[in-house]
Write a protein that binds this ligand. Sequence first.
Ligand code: AMP
Ligand code: MG
Length: 330
Amino acid sequence: MLKTELLRPDAGGIAAAAAHLQAAGTVAFPTETVYGLGADARSDAAVAGIFAAKDRPRFNPLIVHVADLDAMRVLVEIPPAATPFLPLLPGPLTLVLPRRAGAQISPLVTAGLESLAIRIPAHRLAQRLLTAFGGPLAAPSANPSGKVSATTAAHVMAGLNGRISAVVDGGACAVGLESTIIGFDEQGWLLLRPGGVPVEVLEAASGQPMRRPTGTKLAAPGQLASHYAPEALMRLNADAPEPDEAWLGFGPDPAAPSGVAINLSPKADLTEAAAALFAALRKVDTRAQAANLRRIAVAKIPQTGLGLAINDRLRRAAAPRDMPVTPRAS
Ligand code: AMP
Ligand code: MG
């Protein structure tokens, strides 16, 4: 059992966080997507600490976070085909790229793959921490494996207190959904995981439609069907809740006879709903438990823009638990 330090988002907090990281510790920090659980990506011991804290399966590779493009070029080859996406960085976009032969990255990060998933976070505190630490940070979401992602320091503490070195408290995350992951093959770019950058934005940037992986070759590995799982069962695309269901709404609410209802965005705004999603899932789950409701009915969310990523997370939250499937992107 570790004593998890709650650090303030100031110079002292960043210095303390960097010191933990330099000592191969694990530090949760805010990014624009969700809180990441960071560790020195070059150190086997540090990266092992992430897997242990989260109880994360070892076959599930991690995303590496760096401060800027120069730091990215040291670790991966950036092909000319990536040029249209570079103006979107820093931001909630992860690129899966060929790892440089000499790149100093623990093999635990890549789970044996030749490629590396890498991103440049836009959050001011994430940037300050990367600069203070001075190296690449492996950082998956800061929650126990398979559970709902954390968008506040309190969420991180609820899941990982006593299992990690520290948390930098930077308030709520602005985007609220994990990064979009893209990779490429001979025919071009593929959407490996929908996320904080809508696919329409990527398509506008490149002028090409984003393909979805069909085979297992370049699929994002380790994405389990059940993920983000609340305690209650979930029923998606519902028009209204049954009397024995809690309600997670989007747009105007129908009557909720159980009295347990939370709305992601009463004005049906996908950006607002994305930012609210994980906190709302936690809250509706807690309230459902308290009211002895075993199920949460969820309103239909449009499948455009950030709706793609929201629906992806909801489908995983609703999936039968403990059932690994072949990799898939959506
Ligand atoms: P997260 O759990 O948010 O840290 O996201 C990690 C996910 O990124 C993994 O589950 C994979 O789906 C994807 N990923 C990481 N590294 C690679 C890689 N080298 N190639 C393809 N996908 C990757
Ligand atoms: Mg995660």
